[in-house]
Design a protein around this ligand. Structure first.
Ligand SMILES: Nc1ncnc2c1ncn2[C@@H]1O[C@H](COP(=O)(O)OP(=O)(O)OP(=O)(O)O)[C@@H](O)[C@H]1O
Length: 306
């Protein structure tokens, strides 16, 4: 369990984290989302004792990171995969970390195999791709077999096979009862990987919610040649009805909220109104995320179609 309470961190005049409170529970993958500069990495660095907060605290298993006797055995993290000496080999690099944390050599061999680097265990890291460095960073995080894991952008630089591997690894670690906090800007991937989401913007909490609650059914698309009659009947039954698109000439398309597809179908039948399509539409995580963070995004991109 990770507990972040009223956390504040400033860099000069910049407030990177602003009174942030959330918990990361074991047994599920918690996605950590927010626009560039929202304060995700800073929060993770404070959790790991690498930055000191101006206010509040971050606890791992009820303690400050600095108070944990064998931190590697309780918390594993991948923050910056580039921060490895190129002259070392994976075996040398991980053996050095293992020795300084009293972790056995057999564990080093085991994590090298787990992350798929067995074939290059004795090769110099200098020649590694970003994806291979990410795998090495993940191996270091797993080395102490910790119950709490933090990964900052672990899919960065990975090919589709690697991305899928990370997804399965994260889900596997959570299924073993570990606490997994994962940041990524890849919404489609996050949608497949995380069970729960913490979304921040300008250092503040925007959402702390189950994935299914954020991306549930958005509306029901309904097509009927007698759309106006159907809209009136649906509104009378408590639905919120709006035009959906421009229609196809034989009637208008409707977007209906507050009534399910079965209720809509039954209602149409009772009024003898023909219906040509009823489709529940889910909101994607990307759509919901962009709506939530619209007001707190500092670097807005130009639209490609302009
Ligand atoms: N060492 C530092 N010195 C000064 N400012 C910093 C430092 N680290 C972070 N910041 C600032 O704090 C804010 C939060 O940055 P942070 O890296 O935590 O955001 P992030 O959500 O991880 O962003 P990204 O998605 O781009 O990685 C930004 O305004 C950033 O410029």
């Amino acid at each position: 369990m990770i507990e972040v309470r009223e956390l504040t961190k400033r860099f000069g005049r910049t407030v990177a984290v602003d009174g942030l409170t959330f918990h990361v529970k074991p047994g599920r993958v918690t996605g950590f989302l927010g626009p560039n500069g929202a304060g995700k990495s800073t929060t993770m660095r404070v959790i790991l004792g690498l930055d000191h907060p101006a206010g509040g605290e971050a606890l791992v298993g009820g303690r400050l990171y600095s108070r944990i006797r064998h931190p590697m055995r309780e918390v594993g993290a991948l923050l910056d995969a580039g921060a490895v000496q190129g002259g070392r080999t994976p075996l040398g690099h991980l053996s050095w970390i293992a020795r300084s944390n009293r972790v056995g050599r057999e564990r080093v061999v085991s994590v090298i195999e787990q992350v798929g680097l067995a074939g290059v265990a004795r090769k110099r890291i200098a020649g590694f791709s970003l994806g291979m460095r990410q795998r090495l960073g993940i191996a270091a995080a797993l080395l102490g077999d910790p119950g709490v894991l933090l990964f900052d952008e672990p899919v960065n630089g990975l090919d589709p096979d690697g991305v899928r591997w990370i997804r399965e690894l994260m889900r596997g670690l959570a299924a073993e009862g570990r606490t997994v906090l994962l940041s990524s800007h890849l919404m489609s991937e996050m949608e497949l990987t995380a069970d729960h989401l913490v979304i921040i913007g300008r250092g503040r909490l925007l959402a702390d919610t189950a994935m299914r609650d954020l991306t549930g059914v958005r509306d029901v698309f309904v097509r009927s040649p007698r759309a106006a009659d159907l809209a009136a009947a649906l509104s009378a039954a408590g639905g919120t009805v709006a035009p959906a698109g421009s229609g196809n000439g034989e009637g208008a398309d409707l977007s209906v909220r507050g009534l399910g597809p079965v209720e809509i179908g039954d209602l149409a039948a009772r009024h003898a109104i023909p219906v040509h399509e009823i489709t529940p539409r889910a909101a994607s995580l990307e759509e919901t995320y962009l709506r939530l963070t619209e007001a707190v995004t500092d670097h807005v991109s130009g639209r490609a179609d302009r």
